[in-house]
Design a protein around this ligand. Structure first.
Ligand code: CMC
Length: 437
């Protein structure tokens, strides 16, 4: 018997099966050989929420949840956040290597060329109610983009794929900013391609009547770091949605609208919005112990705590905690930070959280920083979606190029009724009358 195999005895039949182990995994289709007889479908894995199922082999992002490690294409997130810009990291995620200066200049220029949106996109966005949630506007508008670019259906063509990527990465900040301006009743601000990517986004968000809007460089840098930290996170809920929808070979705008919808939920990208709501609800440092007690009693969750993969500290939270001071130095201290720090202190000492390995995740601090930067809370999931667009696209292309991938189609274990006959409907009086006529 080979060393890299798993031997399974089926106690129902006494038969022995040898299943190969590759890269720490067994191929689930091999379980189908394990049958009690020719009529038996064969064994399946039952894994709701994909707790222990790898759906792909990927070269993009590496996470060691126990050690708190996050790397993009092998580079530690801490070094990328310190030494590179968001667009360089975007290029790394999509093409696999850090760009040379020349490549980076060309890539940035191309992305910035695609920041403008068709005039009808503006009209489309004007159709939303004045109080529409910016994330709802964002994801619907991304879906609508597919109607503007029918060429995006050519997903087998590398040039077309890369053109759609440039369009999407270029346009997501514009759509995000327009969603915000619409919700405020403010006129849209056209992209300023003389500015770098994140500075241009701040200009489209906050420019009023200034002849030239120049955001504070420390805020631009902070936003760039936030974008780097959010750019990819391997097979999370929204990325799995991107891959799953994309596996039907739909265009990337439609797939990305679905991924953005998955991100909208409070257990995923909506969590930083929920963190702020929670901190506001707590209100004062003195109320923290009572709030923690309620959480431990099962009344709600500590938002911004816990992670499916990180079972020690989330490395992104550590970077953000440090960076919050730089933002507060420019914008003033967010008063909620005191409540957040006290919450973290108590939770990290409490056996309930320690035994369940619940630590602050990226969303615990990002909301406080975004709020200090004057972004409204409703924009938080949108701010997550802008950089994650890069990760979704990198993962989408990897999925399309992977010869092992097919349309995503999980199995189920049917637990409903057995076959039964539909009883004849007793004729109702009115029907009987109609029939009689
Ligand atoms: N507060 C209190 N208890 C919690 C929390 C929390 N935030 N998270 C998990 N638990 C408890 C949970 O009740 C369970 O306890 P028990 O074993 O007694 O039933 C145990 O910890 C395991 O929880 P789980 O729900 O099985 O864990 P999961 O891996 O399915 O959930 C999570 C991961 C992120 C959805 C969850 O921790 C959570 O809801 N956190 C709050 C929301 C949040 O901050 N989400 C942002 C995630 S990071 C950004 C991103 O990547 O999207």
């Amino acid at each position: 018997m080979g060393m890299n195999t798993l031997t399974v005895t089926d106690n129902r039949t006494g038969k022995l099966y040898e299943i190969p182990i590759t890269e720490g995994a067994i191929p689930a289709p091999d379980l189908r050989k394990i049958k009690t007889g020719p009529e038996d479908f064969g064994l399946m894995c039952y894994d709701p929420a994909f707790m222990n199922t790898a759906s792909c082999r990927s070269r993009i992002t590496y996470i060691d949840g126990d050690k708190g490690i996050l790397r993009y294409r092998g580079y530690p997130i801490e070094q990328l956040a310190e030494r590179r810009s968001f667009l360089e990291v975007a290029s790394l995620l999509i093409f696999g290597e850090l760009p040379s200066q020349e490549q980076h200049d060309a890539w940035s220029e191309q992305v910035m060329l695609h920041t403008m949106v068709h005039e009808n996109i503006k009209k489309f966005m004007e159709g939303f109610r004045y109080d529409a949630h910016p994330m709802g506007m964002f994801l619907s508008t991304i879906g609508a983009l597919s109607t503007f670019y029918p060429d995006a259906k050519q997903i087998g063509d590398i040039e077309s794929r890369h053109l759609q990527m440039l369009r999407l990465i270029g346009k997501v900040p514009t759509i995000a900013a327009y969603a915000y301006r619409h919700s405020q009743g403010l006129p849209y601000v056209a992209p300023d391609n003389g500015l770098p990517y994140t500075a241009n986004f701040l200009s489209m968000m906050f420019r009023m009547a200034e002849p030239a809007y120049r955001p504070h460089p420390d805020l631009v840098r902070a936003l760039d770091v936030l974008f780097i930290l959010h750019a990819d996170h391997e097979q999370n809920c929204s990325t799995s949605a991107m891959r799953g929808i994309g596996s039907s070979h739909v265009d990337p705008y439609s797939a990305l609208a679905g991924a953005a919808s998955a991100l909208y939920g409070p257990l995923h990208g909506g969590a930083n919005e929920a963190v702020l709501a929670m901190l506001n609800e707590i209100g004062t440092v003195a109320n923290v112990p009572a709030f923690v007690k309620k959480v431990k009693a099962g009344e709600g969750r500590l938002m911004g705590f816990g992670h499916r993969v990180y079972k020690s500290y989330d490395p992104r939270a550590r970077i953000l905690k440090q960076m919050s001071d730089a933002v507060f130095a420019v914008q003033g201290r967010n008063p909620l930070i005191h409540i957040a720090l006290e919450l973290e202190r108590i939770a990290l000492e409490d056996d309930y959280f320690v035994s369940r390995k619940l630590y602050p995740n990226v969303d615990f601090y990002s909301g406080l920083i975004y709020q200090a930067m004057k972004f409204p809370v409703a924009m938080f999931p949108v701010l997550f979606a802008i950089p994650r667009t890069v990760g979704w696209l990198a993962q989408w292309e990897e999925m399309l190029m992977d010869p092992e991938q097919k349309i995503a189609r999980p199995r189920q274990i049917y637990i409903g009724s057995g076959a039964r006959d539909v009883p004849a409907r007793p004729a109702r009086r009115a029907e009987a009358g109609v029939l009689a006529r």
